[in-house]
Design a protein around this ligand. Structure first.
Ligand code: GDG
Length: 491
């Protein structure tokens, strides 16, 4: 990457709800920004080389935003959110309206017009911030469901830009999407992009169907053509927008190196010993979210204990449930329910010194998670719906010793790629129980063959490949925007 300094703007701009850094305030009041661990930053690094790049996003706390600052070669541009906007745009519309609709309505979505107004206002602010820092003809990569209006709002301000959007979560079937009172506005927002990337081909197809049915647009192959007749934002000229699957992945090399480091290896031994050196460790690692199927998983584990198929101290289940969205009611209820279930299971099946279910409602460092993956003989990834699920990809990569087994829900994006996993339908508790037992009891050679194929797949399609594929698709998108002088006129 080259130093971010250009006064004429940046060639490459990322817009995401969050900046890739977290603020830490020390006891003496001094502030430190730490890069948040995660694949997105690594992916962006690989595509930002030799470009002047900026990242527009919320800094993670309400109130006034800090001035733009540099993190290495990257310019970070914080977008402010008020306390009310955090509640209405982020916790409300993003996480309590869109999130449930986009995840099969596992819990009922909440509709509030005031939340929608906040969502639109914040999207405008993001579009404004990107428009200010992007150089003439720059490439802009907008991320995720929190910013679906940004593509059109940005094109309106800056028709010279090449705009791509990637959806990290599923795109729902039109029958569910149509519940949204603001469905047309959201589609119009997205159609301001040149290229729309989705996790699965089914998500892209769902989007195309929604455009056809809600906007009466023409959708052929993977291109939507729409004149935007009733939309001032897009103008009258028909636009052609491509929508296709570009499945996300992980920083496989980084994780392999971390997993193999002596410190992590030491932790693997320590963790196994703390669990009483069981014969079989079953593991779940999820944000505590109703999409992740933790309740169904616990139900299956509880019944397997009851049937006497598994029992501590030989077989133990560890569930890491990272705290998430705790101010949203559905998440509070989920936590209560899960913790009640864990308590009941342990009450019934644990003995002094032999715990059946180890439940950890905590966040751990990356090293610790990499160690847990290697402790797990069977990894349980059982979401009811998940855009991709990076945990599945991380698990098979962290098991560089070739051991382990992955139980994977067919309702994850990862299931489209990780075909050699032990596939399950988490709604089918009897089937889930059988699959878990098969993953425990299958012969080791068969398990190793599966794991080796899974590891190869992730190795060949890592997060760097993903970012490269997305940007190539964006560069080749059907309608090259005309260079315009609008920005120069503005300044
Ligand atoms: C969204 C989509 C899509 C978890 N606990 C800890 C921890 N983690 C890490 C995992 C993994 C990440 O968080 C979770 O990623 P997922 O993909 O599983 O799920 P979402 O957070 O729902 O992400 C999803 C993803 O976006 C990317 O496009 O795959 O479908 O819902 O990396 O390892 N990391 C650390 N401590 C923890 O306690 N350090």
């Amino acid at each position: 990457m080259v130093p971010a300094s250009s006064s004429s703007g940046f060639d490459f701009v990322v817009a995401a709800n969050r900046l890739p850094v977290d603020r830490h305030v020390h006891p003496d009041g001094s502030v430190e920004w730490r890069t948040s661990p995660g694949g997105l930053v690594t992916a962006m690094e690989s595509v930002m080389q030799d470009r002047e790049a900026a990242w527009v996003g919320w800094a993670g706390f309400a109130g006034e935003a800090p001035e733009p600052f540099d993190d290495g070669a990257l310019r970070l541009c914080p977008v402010p959110l008020s306390t009310e906007e955090v509640a209405d745009y982020y916790e409300g519309f993003s996480n309590d309206t869109l999130w449930p609709i986009y995840h099969d309505v596992i819990v009922p979505p909440t509709f509030h017009r005031s939340w929608w107004h906040a969502y639109r206002r914040v999207n405008e602010r993001f579009a404004e911030a990107v428009a200010e820092v992007a150089a003439e003809g720059a490439t802009v990569w907008v991320h995720d469901y929190q910013l679906q209006l940004v593509p059109a709002l940005l094109r309106d301000r800056r028709p010279d830009l090449r705009i791509g959007w990637f959806n990290h979560i599923p795109f729902p079937p039109v029958e569910l999407f149509s519940q949204l009172p603001w469905r047309a506005a959201i589609l119009r927002g997205l159609l301001g992009a040149d290229f729309l990337g989705f996790q699965r081909a089914d998500d892209a197809r769902n989007f195309m169907r929604a455009c056809r049915s809600v906007l009466r647009a023409t959708a052929k192959g993977d291109v939507v053509t729409w004149a935007g007749a009733d939309d001032a934002q897009l103008g009258a000229a028909p636009r052609r927008v491509r929508a296709a699957a570009v499945p996300i992945s992980i920083d496989a090399q980084g994780l392999r190196e971390l997993a193999g480091s002596p410190e992590v290896q030491d932790r693997v031994t320590e963790i196994r010993a703390s669990l009483g050196n069981p014969k079989v460790v079953l593991l779940g690692v999820d944000r505590l979210d109703y999409t992740k199927g933790i309740r169904h998983r616990l139900r299956a584990i509880g019944e397997l204990l009851e049937d006497g198929e598994i029992a501590p101290p030989d077989v133990v289940f560890v569930q890491i449930a990272t705290p998430s969205r705790e101010r949203v009611e559905a998440y509070r209820l989920l936590r209560e329910e899960i913790e009640g279930t864990v308590g009941r299971i342990n009450g019934d099946f644990s003995h002094l010194g032999d715990t059946a279910v180890h439940y950890l409602h905590q966040s751990f460092g990356r090293e610790e998670i990499a160690a847990f993956f290697q402790v797990a003989d069977v990894m349980l990834v059982t979401p009811l719906r998940d855009g991709m699920n990076l945990v599945a990809k991380e698990y098979v990569t962290a098991r560089h010793d070739g051991g382990g087994a992955l139980v994977l829900s067919e309702f994850t994006g990862a299931a489209m790629e990780l075909r050699q996993a032990y596939m399950c339908n988490p709604h089918d508790i009897a089937g889930l129980k059988e699959t878990i037992l098969r993953a425990i009891r299958d012969n080791p050679a068969a398990k190793r063959r599966r794991m080796s194929a899974l590891r190869r797949r992730v190795h060949n399609h890592d997060v760097q490949t993903w970012a490269g594929e997305f940007l190539s698709a964006l560069a080749a998108a059907p309608d090259r925007p005309a260079k315009s002088s609008s920005r120069l006129q503005e300044s």
